[in-house]
Design a protein around this ligand. Structure first.
Ligand code: XMP
Length: 515
């Protein structure tokens, strides 16, 4: 398979770059700049390299740098934003820091009269998305300026002979009008990649690889009933059939009726299914814990302990399988980006795990690719298009300490909100799709009045986001009528809730979940 390396210098859109390349059916993977050398890049057979953006200034000695030998490997390189400045700096160009030259947001970019392969088929003037203070003032020897903006004398540069390209703007964000076309030109036209990253292929190869790896061993799959673990179950069932046991753990922090729904859905499948009620032990371990990362770590570890116990019951289990996907891996801090939160199935894993190995067959996939794979495996649409539910469950939607009382309150409020959104969606009354929607219980109480008496109830926050990859998200423009309805129903129907608010923050700067 042809592949492109996205060399991560800490920018916030790095995953997006990989996704955009994969949308062209070319495999791309993100690797932190510290984890790989030019020799390893050469040996791994990458057909192209993309230097990502990053928050630093190339002149800062603490900023990420890379061995300039990478520019002489004969492999095409595209530098984006910081990556563009770094390439210039590595090749002897001049990069300047000048506050008055900052450009943020949409900017008109003009291509120089050139035959750039990167801009093939793209109009001479278009809109791009900029976010920078530093800029390239003088291009290195052998390079030519191929685009400018009003404030940026080198919005793009290239050394076509050496196949080195740099753009100051971000082609990976949708605000850059022809960004996808530029990335396609790079991957297909300049790097010459074949379009061989396809889900039917991935499915076939994964099944073969899993069969080879597992041999006659037995696998226990951590099944939550969500999209990722369900697709993982289908893939493993295809590979090893009855040597797979799917274990569903009710940790006591599921949504209303969810444990019974999952049991019912999967007991109809032709798989070994085991349901475990472990709510007591989880809630016991979480007593008095308010800090979000500690909650996540405790839950991650307790899951493993429950699975270890289940494995003893089943007898001779070799592998533990999980539906970990690519954003889980990255957001848990295994890339160069800062740790945002420890997804329980990655960053939340304890150091010692009593299994021969952990299998994560979806580890390389983005959410939309997981859904495609699910369809490829013949899973029903209602399962494949379900909204995600995080492994730690309601634990990260209750601010502060988790108690049974708070869990009960949140379950009821959440069920009302979801029921209303689903009702509006089914009636075609949502102006845009709500990708994930849920309620959050705050630690804040506030004063109200009900039946002439003072109340002092909890605050429930409603969260609904619209996104296609969950790496970035916007808040859903839910109709006022829906919000008004939920705002009336929740305080009326859920004891102890006195106030309902709607979260209008996008990701970034917020995350989808509150903890
Ligand atoms: P955030 O809050 O990181 O969420 O913006 C992005 C997506 O990931 C889900 N999420 C998780 N999923 N284990 C999971 O399986 C986790 O620990 C976890 N934390 C967040 C979240 O629901 C959203 O869909």
């Amino acid at each position: 398979m042809d592949k492109i390396l996205v060399l991560d210098f800490g920018g916030q859109y790095n995953q997006l770059i990989a996704r955009r390349i994969r949308e062209q059916n070319v495999f791309a993977e993100v690797i932190p700049y510290k984890s790989i050398t030019p020799e390893e890049i050469k040996a791994a057979g990458y057909k192209g390299i993309i230097f990502t953006g990053g928050p630093n200034s190339v002149y800062d000695p603490a900023s990420p740098h890379f061995d300039p030998a990478v520019l002489g490997l004969g492999i095409p390189v595209l530098g984006i934003c910081y990556g563009h400045q770094l390439m210039s700096w590595m090749a002897g160009g001049q990069v300047c820091t000048a506050a008055e030259k900052s450009e943020y947001g949409k900017v008109t970019v003009r291509m120089a009269a050139c035959e750039s392969l990167l801009f093939k088929g793209i109009p001479a003037e278009s809109v791009c998305w900029m976010s920078h203070t530093d800029y390239v003032r003088t291009v290195p020897e052998g390079f030519a300026v191929t685009a400018v903006t009003g404030a940026c004398p080198c919005a793009a540069m290239e050394n076509a002979e050496k196949k080195l390209y740099g753009v100051q703007f971000h082609p990976e964000v949708t605000h850059t009008e022809f960004g996808t076309a530029m990335l396609r030109n790079f991957a297909l036209g300049i790097c010459g990649c074949a379009r061989d990253w396809r889900m039917d292929d991935f499915c076939k190869k994964s099944v073969e690889k899993l069969r080879e790896k597992i041999g006659s061993g037995r696998v226990l799959l951590a099944l939550s009933g969500g999209v990722d673990s369900s697709v993982c179950a289908a893939l493993l069932a295809e590979a090893v059939g009855s040597r797979l046991t799917c274990v569903f753990v009710d940790h006591g922090m599921m949504r209303k009726n969810e444990p019974s729904e999952v049991r019912n859905a999967f007991s109809k499948w032709n798989i070994n299914f085991m349901g475990i009620d472990a709510s007591e032990r989880f809630l016991e371990r979480l007593k008095g814990v308010a800090e979000p990362e500690r909650k996540r770590k405790i839950i991650g570890e307790e899951f493993i302990r429950v699975f270890e116990d289940a494995a003893k019951q089943i007898g001779s289990v070799d592998y533990l399988a999980q539906g970990t996907i690519y954003p889980d891996v990255i957001e848990s801090g295994l890339g160069d980006a800062a740790v945002i939160k420890s997804h329980h199935n990655v960053g939340g894993l304890p150091d010692l795990v009593d299994f021969k190995e952990i299998l994560e067959p979806l580890r390389l996939l983005f959410k939309d690719e997981v859904r495609q794979l699910g369809r490829e495996l013949g899973l029903p649409e209602y399962l494949v298009s379900r909204q995600p539910f995080p492994g730690p469950g309601l634990a990260i939607r209750i601010m502060g300490e988790i108690t049974r009382e708070k869990l009960d309150i949140l379950r009821e409020a959440d069920a009302i909100f979801r029921e209303e959104v689903e009702y509006f969606a089914a009636a075609g009354s949502l102006p845009e799709a709500a990708s994930q929607f849920f309620a959050v219980l705050l630690n804040t109480r506030s004063v109200g009045v009900m039946g002439d008496a003072r109340t002092y109830g909890y605050t429930v926050a409603l969260r609904s986001v619209t996104t296609d990859d969950f790496m970035t998200a916007d808040w859903t423009r839910l109709p006022y009528e829906l919000l008004a309805h939920v705002g009336t129903r929740i305080p009326n129907e859920v004891r102890s809730v006195g106030r309902v608010v709607y979260d209008i923050t996008s990701k970034p700067p917020a995350t989808v979940e509150w903890e």
